[in-house]
Design a protein around this ligand. Structure first.
Ligand code: EPZ
Length: 432
């Protein structure tokens, strides 16, 4: 398994180009299943999760073509998806086990083909993560659902019908799935307490470009008038706010200055506010962000994760790492997932001073120094927190199990090296 070796201490300065969003691209790819026409998606990041989703769609009978074009001076991947008629209606265990977001095929296939089998996703490193909201909403729309041999078997022989949902949790996944399903349902669907993450707005606008009728985008109430069929489209994946936020922290933690090209400051309002309150200077432009921490003394801040537009759980680990190099104590509270402090024991091996209380909150006290160590990546964002700690630690940090990072950070080492980090990927056991 590949490892990363980081030699800490370099101030990061320069420019980083932010990629397309993984969490936006995954449902957009599945939305292509809603039509028999070709759907072309631009600004798709080159990530292992995208590769896994493409393999799943190919298994369902989708024809996928890809090419690279230069956009804004950078090579950008374009994929086009054509599912004339699905050849399979099953998302098998091996695909879902590798990537939970495989559940995004549920809504589109049930809506279009009236049948789908999905290996039921289990828990993962960050929590139990059930999909009960997705399933009960589909049942309310007329689906018959049973769980057999580890699979969700959903069928709606007469098609789905619109329904009024009031979600008890503003779930990102359930909002996307029901939004997609509702586009081809008979009648009107209303989703109250819908998640408002920008990735959902991106999906809703793509569905509209395919002929769907949706109102209430970027609000907690989405209304969808079902249509008979959707058509093809060419559509752009929005830029990745979590990648941008992660590199903003890389600038702050190394007390450097990085311009994040293609970042969307509008989607990062809460993290930007926290960084400013800590003492980081931030200049916002419509499509870029300059994060300047040169010469700054940063002050610790309390953070509580929340649904969008609150502080994103996907930036919790990275900000926790930043608090380690800030003055005073900070309390970090995780409210979205029940087990999202797996980075803490690894950071403690590097000299961090953190007390976790009941998996729900962590008191982080700034330390004079972090020290390089062998650490293990546990999930995607936790892994980036270890990278951040490695960038400022004295000596050498080796991060094991970096396949987590490959799921969500495109060209990570290249981007960090481009702004001055001493970071290399070591293949297999080259280290020993
Ligand atoms: C999405 O996961 C993201 N994944 C996650 O990104 C992100 O952390 C999360 O939203 C929250 O922002 C993708 O977009 C592919 P949820 P999702 O449904 O959709 C509970 C990353 O690092 N819940 O909003 O699975 C659930 O257990 C990641 O890129 C139910 O109880 O998140 C959680 O506690 C990891 N029943 C909360 O709701 C359900 O049916 C929010 O989950 C659905 C969710």
């Amino acid at each position: 398994m590949d490892k990363l070796r980081i030699r800490g201490g370099n101030k990061l300065c320069g420019t980083i180009h932010i990629s397309g969003s993984k969490n936006a691209a995954l449902p957009l790819i599945c939305a292509s299943l809603l039509t028999q026409d070709r759907v072309t998606l631009t600004n798709i990041p080159e990530l292992s999760d995208i590769h896994s989703m493409n393999l799943l769609l190919e298994q369902l009978g989708t024809n996928i073509e890809s090419r690279t074009e230069v956009v804004d001076g950078k090579p950008s991947k374009i994929y086009s998806y054509l599912t004339t008629k699905p050849s399979s209606l099953q998302a098998p265990y091996d695909y879902v086990r590798k990537m939970r977001a495989s559940y995004y095929v549920l809504g589109p296939l049930l809506a279009r083909e009236h049948y789908v089998e999905l290996s039921l996703p289990g828990g993962c490193a960050i929590g139990s993560r059930p999909i009960d909201i997705h399933l009960s909403a589909l049942e309310k729309m007329g689906a018959q659902i049973e769980i057999r041999n580890g699979y969700v078997i959903a069928q709606a022989p007469k098609g789905l019908t619109g329904a009024h949902h009031i979600f008890n949790i503003a779930s990102v996944g359930a909002t996307c799935n029901i939004l997609m399903a509702a586009t081809l349902a008979q009648g009107t669907t209303i989703i109250e307490n819908a998640a408002m993450e920008p990735e959902i707005g991106n999906l809703a606008k793509m569905l509209i470009s395919m002929g769907a009728k949706i109102s209430g985008i970027d609000t907690p109430i989405l209304t969808i008038e079902g249509v008979k069929e959707l058509h093809g489209s060419i559509y752009k994946v929005i830029s990745d706010r979590i990648e941008a936020g992660s590199y903003a922290v890389a600038a702050a933690i190394t007390r450097g200055k990085i311009e994040l090209l293609n970042a969307l400051p509008n989607t990062l309002k809460t993290p930007i506010r926290i960084l400013r309150e800590m003492g980081v200077k931030i200049m916002e432009q419509e499509h870029s962000l300059i994060v300047d921490a040169e010469g700054c003394r940063l002050e610790g801040k309390d953070i509580m994760t929340d649904y969008y537009p609150g502080f994103p759980t996907d930036l919790q680990a990275q900000f926790l790492a930043l608090m380690l190099t800030s003055e005073g104590a900070s309390m970090i509270t995780e409210t979205i997932f029940e087990n999202r402090f797996m980075h803490v024991p690894e950071l403690m091996r590097m000299g961090a001073n953190i007390n976790v209380h009941k998996h729900a909150s962590a008191i982080v006290r700034g330390v004079k120094k972090l020290y390089g160590a062998q650490v293990m990546a546990t999930d995607l964002r936790a892994s980036f927190a270890l990278v951040l700690a490695g960038l400022v630690a004295e000596g050498e940090t080796i991060i094991n199990r970096i396949y987590h990072l490959d799921r969500g950070y495109e060209k990570l080492e290249e981007k960090l090296r481009g702004v001055g980090a001493d970071i290399i990927r070591i293949k297999n056991d080259d280290l020993e």
